[in-house]
Design a protein. Sequence first.
Length: 218
Amino acid sequence: IFQYHGFDFNITLTAIHNFATYFGAVGMARMQWFEVKALRTPDRIKLAAFTCLSIVFLNYSLMLNSVGFYQVAKLCTIPAILLVNYFYRGTIPSFKIILSLLLLTVGVGLTSVTDVNSTALGVILAGLAVFFTAGLQAWVKINGEDFKLNSLQMLEQVTLPSAIMLTVAAIFIEGFYYIYAGRLSVFEYDFTISSVFEILLSCVAALAVNATVFFIVR
């Protein structure tokens, strides 16, 4: 979408994905796949903010770095999550878990990381992406355990406030600021049938990926 359709609006696309994920979760709730349960508002806002920042920084990292470097950054979230759990709850994984994660990281790295190129700004954004992704996944697990919410219940609670936050940010950054800076803004983008189809297709993928991430973490 970014490369072939010139849809250079990362925040807007992420907002669309979060709305799609939320409505997908609501649909699953109405089909009685799970019962809606509420998080406390402060926790909901915190998780929503970390979700926004994690996805946005990951997407910007992918835009500014090679795919190989992007994969390296995602692999770095594994030790980062362990560090967050240690400092937040004093949790130290067993030697078997550490060894398993080490083998998994090395194996995935060898099979998926090829061309590793980056820019200075890309490295900074990748570091921020690792921080917020690790924080998000650790807190999803902690809040899920504390409030007895399963993965779909967490997904339904987090994605709507995330989508609203991202929409506000997109209006001001990719809308008004882009106009001020002389760049093509999201308000001026010429949508085509092909670009709309691929955006909708990416929404399906986003729902599947977001649900999978919450399932794995929980």
